[in-house]
Write a protein that binds this ligand. Sequence first.
Ligand code: M6R
Length: 320
Amino acid sequence: IQALHIVACGTSYHAGLVAKYWIESLAQIPVSVEVASEYRYREPAIGPNTALVCISQSGETADTLAALRYAKERAPGYVTTIAICNMPGATLVREADLRLLTNAGVEVGVASTKAFTTQLAVLYWLAVVLAKNHGRLSQEDEQAAVDRMHRLPQVVEQATSQAEGIEKLSFDLVDKAHCLFLGRGVHFPVALEGALKLKEISYIHAEAYPAGELKHGPLALVDEDMPVITVAPDDHLLEKLKSNLQEVAARGGELINVVADHVHLDETDVKHSVKVAGLEGALSPIVASIPLQLLAYYVALHKGTDVDRPRNLAKSVTVE
Ligand code: M6R
């Protein structure tokens, strides 16, 4: 495989965006990620040895299924099509050439949560396998990836144990009408997902931006009524992110941070923060998603909206 096209909707699309960072950096294979409702109505250029990956919790999403069928009809086509899905008997699983099941168990709530984190886990493995097959992963690096994955349940457990602190942060958002999520690098799609979770179950208008884009527009929105939620992992972009936080603080924006446990942020900038272990290394996006899911959950709970069945939404979008 020389290239991957990833197609999905909603949260599954965000998982695809995270995968792009992983696959391109580990395997050096170009990856494009697109929402299925756009892909199915355009004429994508398919290069040689390109695989299509369709990600869907339900495997019944109309646009994702239509994208798979459309892709299969195109010539010259894909070398293979892969479904990443949580439902073993789903149409997507039956119609794709290959399948990777996330095995998260039935997800009751409309908001995708464990489906998202397990999609990320599967996509990380895909990145590792592709890197190995392309001769880009030493045996030590492969072992390190396996060890990292084995430790993940414990790290996720630690993140969920921060629920009390996250619930306290949630009170800052309950009465707000809007909020902004910021992330950099592989944590930008995590910010997108955090914003989607919040708007979906609490009906607060939330937008996510790559933090480096602040000055290109969204900074105009920042004032004391605009909470800005950021994930501050311990990575090579931390210093860049810190200066973005200062830009927000200087405009009176209320900063709420999910921060790596050993990272120090200037307290004059950050109003509220919760420290989380495991926000470093390759799997940080999986861990970072948990506090944002919990934040959306507590905001919805305290607003009194229906956490499991948000208005106007269905678990599986089987019509266009
Ligand atoms: O079943 P799918 O993963 O294909 O569903 C795609 C989206 O409809 C879904 O992720 C939606 O965005 C969620 N409700 C988000 O929580």
